[in-house]
Design a protein around this ligand. Structure first.
Ligand code: PMV
Length: 320
């Protein structure tokens, strides 16, 4: 095949990946667990072209920085193929990118799958996940389906599915915050924490333990136990940033207000749990029957401008 289209879903960290061990290719310092979200989709077409350079169009734009990162990733595909192939890449996100939700996880998972297929590389799920990881750590988790876990302590870390999408009987309500100053990428944020945060080593120990515990809780069907761990894990990851010098604070007032709202909802018997990746947008996970109530609660928070409700999704899909 010299052309392939891949669809990948953004993978939200549940037990977060936030720290690397030395070496190239996003080697994680600890395991992590995430879930693919249906409402946050990237669709990427890769075609092998004649010529001596790649043509990369991301969301219809020619953003030099994103294109350079995608181009560097395509070097890895060329290396695996053992041929100087060049690609035309067209990639778009199926959700409002202006909202600042663009995710490197769905982006690199879709790029890895589309380019590997177009180049006729026959990679199994493990190899494809390890390849996607080299674009962005969380992208490894977006290759398999449902609830996925990154296995850290091997030469080429990769992710596996630990449970199907319906294993966590929630929907995910994403509060889209009016964004403030330009975000610091997770790549730069992690590096800053590793270098300057006095909490970082403690966080990594906690992250290792949390990823293992969360897998057990998901597999045993302890949904509230999983929710409580996910929420505490997210706050611990952000605390690592708070302790960096200079402080790395992704939260806006609206983010913290969403956490408080989750605590209050639970007090009222609505089992909603909070998490947040490396940005200001809070995510509440909760049983689907409470979607209207959670939406109303999030929209009442000043600084949150819309809510995207998502189910969990399967893994990357490739078509011709
Ligand atoms: O994949 P990266 O390098 O964008 O890192 C993702 C980091 C978090 O989203 C904050 C956590 C996670 O586990 O996805």
């Amino acid at each position: 095949m010299s052309r392939a289209t891949a669809i990948a879903y953004a993978n939200l960290g549940l037990a977060k990946y936030w720290g690397k061990r030395p070496g190239a290719g996003n080697l994680p310092a600890a395991g992590s667990v995430g879930v693919n979200l249906k409402a946050l989709r990237t669709i990427t077409t890769a075609s092998v072209i004649d010529g001596d350079r790649d043509e990369i169009r991301l969301d219809g734009e020619n953003s030099p920085k994103a294109a350079a990162r995608a181009g560097a990733f395509l070097d890895l595909v060329r290396e695996l193929a053992g041929k100087p192939l060049h690609f035309r890449i067209e990639s778009r996100n199926d959700f409002p990118t202006a909202a600042g939700l663009a995710s490197s996880s769905s982006g690199f998972a879709a790029l890895a799958a589309a380019a590997a297929h177009a180049a006729d590389l026959r990679l199994d799920e493990r190899a494809l996940s390890a390849l996607a990881r080299k674009g962005s750590g969380s992208a490894a988790r977006a290759i398999p389906g449902g609830v996925t876990r990154l296995i850290p302590d091997v030469d080429e870390p990769y992710a596996v599915s630990i449970a199907p999408p319906e294993a966590l009987p929630w929907v995910w309500s994403i509060g889209v915050a009016k964004t403030g100053p330009k975000d610091i990428s997770s790549r730069d944020g992690m590096a800053a924490c590793a270098e300057t945060s006095s909490f970082h080593d403690a966080w990594i120990r906690r992250a290792r333990e949390d990823a293992e515990t969360l897998e057990r809780l998901v597999l045993s069907g302890d949904v509230d136990g999983a929710g409580a761990l996910i929420e505490a894990n997210a706050l611990a990851m952000h605390a690592d940033g708070f302790a960096a010098r200079p402080p790395l604070v992704y939260f806006l007032p609206a983010t913290l207000a969403a956490w408080r709202a989750a605590v209050e909802l639970r007090r009222q018997g609505v089992m909603a749990w909070f998490t947040c990746d490396a940005g200001p947008h809070p995510v509440l996970m909760h049983p689907p029957q409470h979607a209207a109530r959670v939406r109303e609660t999030l929209l009442a928070i000043p600084g949150l401008e819309r809510v995207i409700v998502s189910a969990a999704a399967g893994g990357v899909e490739v078509t011709g």
